[in-house]
Write a protein that binds this ligand. Sequence first.
Ligand code: HEC
Length: 237
Amino acid sequence: MIKSTIKISVLASVAAMVVASCGSADPKSPGKVYMPDMAYSRAWETYSESPIKTPEGYNMSARKPVEGTIPRGWVPEDQSIRTNQAFLMSYMAKNHFTHNPDKWQEEYDKAAASIKDPLAYTKENLDAGKALYATHCQVCHGEKGNGDGQLVVLPDGSDGPYTAVPPAYSKRLPEIKDGNIFYSVSYGKGMMGPYGNQLNVQDRWKVIHYIKSLAGIKGDASATAVVATDSATTAKK
Ligand code: HEC
């Protein structure tokens, strides 16, 4: 008898809790709120009305993007952009390579055939490349590009903390095409990480000019012609 009374009272209180928790008139109301901060977000709902208006009177909580904003990877209609070599290179690299590690060799070969150096061989580009190299690459590749940076070889000549030894540029770069170098620098190779997110396309080419100069490779004739035209234009001004 006592047992069944306990049973009934437990059942009754559970039923009471269930009924109480659903009792609110508003079906969306969470009822008794234990942690209000979690139930009611302090942030504005994305497309709700905000009391703070822009000077133009716009009051949706999600503001319009700044004028001129474009989605990543989209090629604007503007012809000067559509024909801009460096931009197209970046567009192509973003959209035509999957960066799937299983397809690394296939894409590496494709890059060799399709990616060309769009940048003029100028002293400015080379100097900029040198500065970028010192910041991003020298720790491993070494000041002269011999693969003996301070992460690889310690000042006393013993092995540094980085176990992979980069190849000397003077040996490796003559064996591969510009597109290969661009691909490796953009997406990484073996133990070397990718630099596509740290360096924009132009900067990657500037670094590539610099490492080629370290390897003793000169810019090709067409690139030299661009340098000549550049200085001619500068001289005219
Ligand atoms: C953390 C060390 C490290 C840093 C930093 C680093 N590299 Fe490397 N790099 C390597 C290693 C290791 C290899 C050899 C990769 C392999 O062949 O497996 C390599 C290879 C290369 C190659 C040869 C690629 C090929 O296709 O054979 C190039 C070119 C290169 N690095 C350029 C750069 C440039 C440019 C930077 C700076 C933007 C840079 N590296 C930063 C470690 C590094």
